[in-house]
Ligand binder design. Sequence first.
Ligand code: F6R
Length: 592
Amino acid sequence: MCGIIGYAGDECAVPIIVDGLKRLEYRGYDSAGIAVFGKDGFEVAKQKGRLSALEKKLESTPISGFMGIGHTRWATHGEPSDINSHPHLGSTSKIAVVHNGIIENYKHLKERLEQRGIKFVSQTDSEVVAQLAERYYDGDLLNTVIKTTNALEGSYALGIMCLDDPDTIIAVKKDNPLIVGVSEAGNFIASDVPAILEHTNKVYYMDDKEIAVITKNSVQFYNMDKEPITKQLETITWSVDSAEKGGYPHFMLKEIMEQPKVMRDTIQTIIAGENKKVIDAINIKDFDKIVVTACGSAYNAGVVSKYVFERLCRFSCEVELASEFRYKDAIVDKRTLVILVSQSGETADTIAAMREAKNKGATTLSIVNVIGSTIAKETDHTIYTAAGPEIAVATTKAFSTQLVLLYTLAIKFSGSESLMDELKTIPDKIQEIFEHVDYIQKYAAACIGYKSIFFIGRNIDYAIALEGSLKLKEISYIHSEAYAGGELKHGTISLVEENTLVVTIACCERLHGKILSNAEQVISRGAKVLFVSNCKTEETDKLSLIKLPQINELFSPSLSVIVLQLFSYYVAANKGLDIDKPRNLAKSVTVE
Ligand code: F6R
């Protein structure tokens, strides 16, 4: 997610803005930029890459002023590049804009502006805001901002400066965070508290469709009817570290909690965004089979999707670990659709699998979170998860959004569009699960002594058991295995003894009796069972139940995985481990 900071005050703006951007680095970014109000108009520095690269540029070509806006960009429309970095200026360089969010109707607005001869320089949705504001500018910046934002659909947090108003920054937001900070030495706008905490702990939290007009000595708020409004000034008591995590003790927990929002955002991309066009352009009749290939959790998302593709489409779907696919001389050809799933888009084995599939003539479709990544660029078709940057090494929100896109492909390929309504209910149902966090936390706290924990499920529940087990072992360092319930008596059950914990996922109603009897088999050998199910089951001293909301069985992994993520998180938290950076692991595995 992009980061915004703006400053108007008595001090040199550039170091304050650069420092603020550094404190927003945790949000993830691929480029950065600054615009200040200089002696002769806007002075702008933009740079792809890390902030150190922007700093280098600023050393060789300094800019200066007492008011400015800065931005760290996480690419959503247009690859990471100097040109696509913010701030964006309109064609007459009268208005400068930084933007966090997605302008859903930018294509339409851009076409209209281009018809009037306006030349765009970037591929971003954000530039449309600067161009439109210049088009609407009537000498009154507040009017212009109201008119401009009224024309925008989607989400935005905006910082706007105008050449005719050398003292003023205007901020406005919808569905993306923005705060206003006040201090003796000047006033601020920012995406988040850490950006400005060094200068002030007095902030206003902006609400949607509120406008802040900021100068070095004043802060005024207005509604969209241009009427002044009064807001409560808050005092921040957090440390910088906890502020970065939005008050959560770890990024992983923050990212777990973000899942309803990012899943809604991803669903939106299928209804109206770019993803819809890409998916609509794929004709499943061109293929005889689907192969999904990926690593780690992304592979587990693929295993879930196999059940969904085969059940809904009655179509053969193979799932392969990318590290195996690349060397097995896979049977794929031009009648095969190979789906690559990757949060980073840079995983070495998944890249190699993609190239192997392409060499064999298959059509490649990637599901990727990072725009401009190698996999996104090289596959024939790319659809993006709207998870935003994921900081914790253990994936949570990227996994959930991968599932959303895999479900959508299956719905589209099978023509079962009526299932979209059910898909849209997932985020609210996850919110219901969050009401039971205290119970999960307490249960997990009592599990830190286990040496080994098993996960079982049948059918699609088995697929998500794989993910539950991976999550637990990677962050809690407790040994764990996932098994298909029916496999227990073919060997594994010999490991079950007094006080073994078996997490049992039971969301396939038609197989409820079967998995319950697997649970009884392990209980009768002394095990304890954590039963994660949407079916009613009697609790005993050996069986604890976490009841999930009802949902179509095919989408149930999206609910059960939330419990499994929270369970793993709280086991690791109670062990006092470095949850966001587990030992020996890296976020992006770019070597074999
Ligand atoms: C587990 C995890 C990893 C990744 C795997 C693939 O929590 O994060 O297993 O899923 O390394 O990474 P991407 O999705 O970037 O290809």
